[in-house]
Design a protein around this ligand. Sequence first.
Ligand code: C2E
Ligand code: MG
Ligand code: MG
Ligand code: MG
Length: 290
Amino acid sequence: YAKEQGRNQYQFYTSALSAKAPERLSLEKRLRQALEKKEFSLHYQPRVDVATGQITGMEALLRWHSPDMGAVSPGIFIPVAEESGLILPIGEWVLRTACIQNKAWQVAGLPAICVAVNLSPLQFRQPQLVETVARILQETGLEPRYLELEITETTAIQDIEFTRTVLQKLDRMGVRLAIDDFGTGHSSLSRLQLLPLHNLKIDRSFIRDLTNDKKVSHIVTAIVTLGQSLGLSIIAEGVEKEEELEFLKSINCESVQGFLFYRPLPVEGATEILANATEKNEIALREERD
Ligand code: C2E
Ligand code: MG
Ligand code: MG
Ligand code: MG
């Protein structure tokens, strides 16, 4: 069933990308109205500290429920949004919604965590990006250190000088910065070292092969070691198996994000998990005291 679904999605995706295909036009047309019709939502996937098991952050992931197509995967609609420029208003909505949500969690007394938001290449190159981020932080009252912005390695290295200029401005503002999908862009850490980064996210494809390909486990070990020596905190993406976690622990990888711990959750689920995390912390503190 999954395979069947995957194949259909792939066909959709291919046609979605060829400029004038009718499917693409209708998808784009639907996407154009989706914001107004409130068809988007955000799911949140917790990021977990390997040593303590604590939740240190949540990544906001965009979800689209179209009334006539049902749930459309980001892998399908994000490229269309990117090509049509619709990603700019959509991306701004994501940023604002994630900041509002994180502020609401804090106001409700839940543990202060960082929310990570993905920036597309077009968003990253938009001249008003820095102003937009500053304005949204001001409007929502979220402290900058509780917002993390993710750009992919491919976006980062396309024009490294430009990237550096933009990231420096964001860094001065106090937001956290991360490289997403690291390992897929064929760059080197020595180039990224010029950038004011906090986190490095190792792409899921490496984690998938971690425990069955010796070479991959060596590469991941090298990324973790070198990344940490450059002052970066490392997050492994897509951890699904206990063995993967054990290996990552053994090489002192700080954080993981993956189905083994949590799937991306709707707001209510994410809130519940944060609330439980508070309880657990309080119980631990109480036990320490007694
Ligand atoms: P990403 O930023 O690398 O996000 C991680 C993706 O991996 C998410 O897929 C997440 O659901 C999935 N994932 C997490 N853990 C596991 C695991 O253990 N196993 C497996 N198989 N998958 C896991 P999702 O939500 O479908 O998003 C796919 C991509 O779409 C994202 O990759 C990101 O590039 C893009 N995207 C999602 N939301 C946004 C957004 O708000 N703005 C932009 N520009 N791009 C977004
Ligand atoms: Mg991401
Ligand atoms: Mg990623
Ligand atoms: Mg990705």
